[in-house]
Design a protein around this ligand. Structure first.
Ligand SMILES: C[S@@+](CC[C@H](N)C(=O)[O-])C[C@H]1O[C@@H](n2cnc3c(N)ncnc32)[C@H](O)[C@@H]1O
Length: 551
C-alpha cells in the first residue's frame, strides 16, 4: 500500500470511532510546533477544534468534523507524527525520516466523553473504565477501572480540577510542566495530574506534592516508585517553610486548610508561577475576629457569618493576587451537593496595569479594614488592613477639652516609649493652647462611638515658623494647611495616617513638621508621600524636620 493510501486508511479508522483528542507533532517544515485537536459542538454542529501552537502563541480553528480527515491528511505532509485517542482505541501514525509511514492501533479502556459544547459543559477527562493505576492503589478505582462508591465525590472533584487544569495547559505549548501541589494529602489529585500530563497530554511532568503527614507522604512515594513515575515526588513538611529546588509553572491546592492556602498563594506569587489553581477550605481567620456587630444582619447568625467570612477571605486573596499581576477568576468548583468547599481561585500571570494592581490591593485592605480583621496573605506581603473610619472628624468642642488633654498625655507617653524625649517637653501642648485652638475653630477630633481617638490643630494660611527654612519647600502652593499638635490614642491602627490624609483632602496642600526623634511620624509622612523639605525652628525654639505634600 502506498504512503498516501496507508495515511488515508489510518485516518478513516481514527474517524470511524468517537474521537477524544489528537496531537500532531514533530514538524517537518510545518508552521506550528504542535497542533492538538478535540471534538466540540459549535452551534449544534460537530467540529474538530484545532489548537495550533507556536513558541509563544496558540491559535484556534474549528473545522467541520466531516472535513477533519482531509485536513489532517494535508497536515501530515508537514509533520512526522499523529497520535489520536478515541473511544476504545489509541492510534499512532508515524512518518520515518525516509518518508515511510507506520500505523499502529491499540485497544484502550476508555470511554468517550460527550462532544463538548462550546460553553464547556461538564466533560470527564478521566472516565470510568479508564484504568489510572495509582488510583487503584489509592482506593479510588477498582482494578477494572470502576469508581469505588465511597470515593465518588473525590473522583468528581479530581475530574473537575482536571478540567480547569486542562483549560490552562492545553493552551500552553511548553513540553515540560512543573507543578507543586500544596497540602496534597493522599495525593489522589497529584497522581491524576501526573497521569494526565504524561499519558494524555504527552508532556513531561515535574511534580512535587507536599503535606504535613509523614506516613501519607511515604506511601505516596512508594506508589510513585512502583509505577516508575520519576517526575513525581512527595515531601513531608509545612508549606510555610517550603523551599523549591526550581520555581514551578503552576501551584495547585485542593482543600489546603485555612491559612495553609495563604502560604501556598504567597509562594506562588513570590515564584511568579504562571498559573495558580486553588480550592480553599476552612477559612477561619476572619471568623475568629469579625465581631457580631460588624455587619449586623449577616454576622449575627453563626452560619451566615462563617460563610460570609470565608467569601470575604477568598475575595481578599483574589484581589491580592491581582495586585501582584495575576488575572484572577473565582469560579464554582463543584456543585454544593458534592462539596460545600466549592470555590476555585484561578489565577494566571498577566500584564495587569499598575493602576489596577494598586487599586486591587487597596480594595483588599479596605475590605479587611471594614471588617476589622486580618489576613495571612496580606501580612506575608507586608501589608496591613486599611483604616476604615467607623466614626467621623469634627471640630473640638469646649466640653471635649478634658478628653483631649488625656489624649495628649497618651501621645506624649507613646513618644517617650519610642525614645523621643525631646519633643513635647514641659507640658506642651498646654491647656490654654488647646482652648485657643478650640476658640479659633481650628482644633479637630476623630470620634467613634462617643470616644475621642485623635486630635490635631489644622491651621490655614502662612505659618510664621515656616517663613525661614534650611532647605526649600516643595512648592509655593497657597494657602496651605499646617498640622500641629496631632495625637492619637493608638487604639485604632492606621488612624494617624488616615487623619493626615483627611487634612490633605481638605486643604490640597499640607506642611507639617516633627522632631527628628519622632521616627514614627517621619515614617508615616514618608509612607504618605510627603517630601522632606529641610529644617525649620518651631515655636518651642528648637529645630524640626519639615515636610510638604500637595495634591
Ligand atoms: C483536606 S486535606 C486535602 C488533601 C488533598 N489535597 C485532597 O484534596 O485530597 C488537607 C491537607 O492539607 C494538609 N496541610 C494542612 N496544613 C498544611 C501545611 N501547613 N503544610 C502542609 N500541608 C498542610 C493536611 O495535612 C491535609 O492532608
Amino acid at each position: 500500500m502506498s504512503k498516501v493510501e496507508t495515511l488515508r486508511q489510518g485516518l478513516e479508522e481514527v474517524f470511524s470511532l468517537p474521537l477524544i483528542r489528537l496531537t500532531v507533532s514533530n514538524p517537518r517544515g510545518g508552521e506550528y510546533k504542535k497542533i492538538t485537536g478535540r471534538p466540540m459542538e459549535v452551534k449544534g454542529q460537530p467540529v474538530l477544534q484545532l489548537e495550533k501552537f507556536t513558541e509563544t502563541q496558540a491559535f484556534h480553528e474549528n473545522i467541520p468534523m466531516a472535513e477533519a480527515a482531509d485536513r489532517l491528511e494535508g497536515l501530515m505532509a508537514h509533520y512526522g507524527q499523529l497520535d489520536a485517542t478515541c473511544q476504545g482505541a489509541v492510534f499512532c501514525l508515524k512518518v520515518s525520516k525516509k518518508g515511510k509511514l507506520f500505523f499502529q492501533k491499540q485497544a484502550a479502556k476508555t470511554l468517550s466523553p460527550l462532544p463538548a459544547a462550546h460553553n464547556r459543559q461538564k466533560q470527564y477527562l478521566i472516565t470510568e473504565g479508564m484504568v489510572v493505576p495509582p488510583l487503584v492503589d489509592l482506593g479510588v478505582l477498582t482494578p477494572d477501572g470502576r469508581i469505588v462508591k465511597a470515593k465518588y465525590d473525590k473522583f468528581k472533584q479530581i475530574n473537575r480540577f482536571l478540567e480547569f487544569l486542562d483549560d490552562l495547559l492545553s493552551k500552553d505549548s511548553r513540553d515540560t510542566v512543573r507543578i507543586i501541589d500544596f497540602g496534597c494529602g493522599k495525593s489522589y489529585l497529584t497522581f491524576v495530574v501526573y497521569y494526565y500530563i504524561t499519558e494524555i497530554l504527552h508532556k513531561k511532568a515535574d511534580i512535587a506534592g507536599l503535606d504535613l503527614k509523614k506516613d501519607v507522604i511515604d506511601h505516596c512515594n512508594e506508589v510513585a516508585v512502583k509505577y516508575g513515575y520519576d517526575g513525581l515526588r512527595f515531601y513531608c513538611g509545612d508549606i510555610k517553610d517550603y523551599v523549591a529546588e526550581q520555581a514551578p509553572d503552576m501551584v495547585i491546592t485542593l482543600h489546603a486548610c485555612d491559612t495553609a492556602t495563604d502560604y501556598a498563594l504567597f509562594h506562588a506569587m513570590e515564584w511568579g508561577a504562571r498559573y495558580i489553581l486553588s480550592v480553599p477550605c476552612c477559612q477561619h481567620e476572619l471568623n475568629f475576629v469579625v465581631k457580631a456587630q460588624a455587619l449586623p444582619p449577616v454576622t449575627s447568625y453563626g452560619i451566615l457569618k462563617e460563610r460570609f467570612c470565608a467569601l470575604a477571605t477568598d475575595a481578599v486573596r483574589a484581589k491580592l493576587l491581582e495586585s501582584r499581576g495575576y488575572e484572577v477568576q473565582v469560579l464554582e468548583f463543584i456543585d454544593l451537593s458534592h462539596s460545600p468547599k466549592n470555590l476555585l481561585i484561578r489565577a494566571k500571570k498577566a500584564n495587569v496595569s499598575e493602576k489596577k494592581r494598586l487599586s486591587a490591593r487597596k480594595d483588599a485592605q479596605t475590605l479587611l479594614g471594614q471588617l476589622n480583621g486580618g489576613n495571612t496573605l496580606l501580612k506575608l506581603m507586608g501589608g496591613k488592613p486599611a483604616f476604615v473610619p467607623h466614626g467621623r472628624m469634627r471640630k473640638t468642642r469646649p466640653e471635649d477639652i478634658d478628653a483631649v488633654m488625656a489624649l495628649y498625655d497618651v501621645g506624649r507617653a507613646r513618644m517617650r516609649e519610642c525614645g523621643n524625649t525631646e519633643q513635647w517637653t514641659g507640658g506642651y501642648p498646654h491647656r490654654h493652647m488647646i482652648e485657643e485652638d478650640v476658640r479659633l475653630g481650628r482644633s479637630y477630633v476623630y470620634e467613634e462611638d462617643g470616644v475621642l481617638h485623635a486630635v490635631l490643630a489644622l491651621i490655614w494660611g502662612e505659618d510664621p515658623t515656616y517663613a525661614q527654612i534650611d532647605g526649600a519647600w516643595l512648592s509655593d502652593k497657597a494657602p496651605y494647611g499646617t498640622i500641629h499638635r496631632i495625637a492619637t490614642d493608638g487604639q485604632l491602627p492606621g488612624l494617624g495616617s488616615w487623619v493626615i490624609q483627611w487634612c490633605l483632602d481638605l486643604c490640597g496642600s499640607i506642611r507639617i513638621d516633627t522632631h527628628e526623634d519622632n521616627t514614627l511620624m517621619c515614617r508615616t509622612l514618608d509612607k504618605l508621600g510627603f517630601a522632606y523639605c529641610g529644617t525649620i525652628i518651631c515655636d518651642e525654639g528648637t529645630p524640626r524636620c519639615a515636610y510638604q505634600k500637595d495634591v
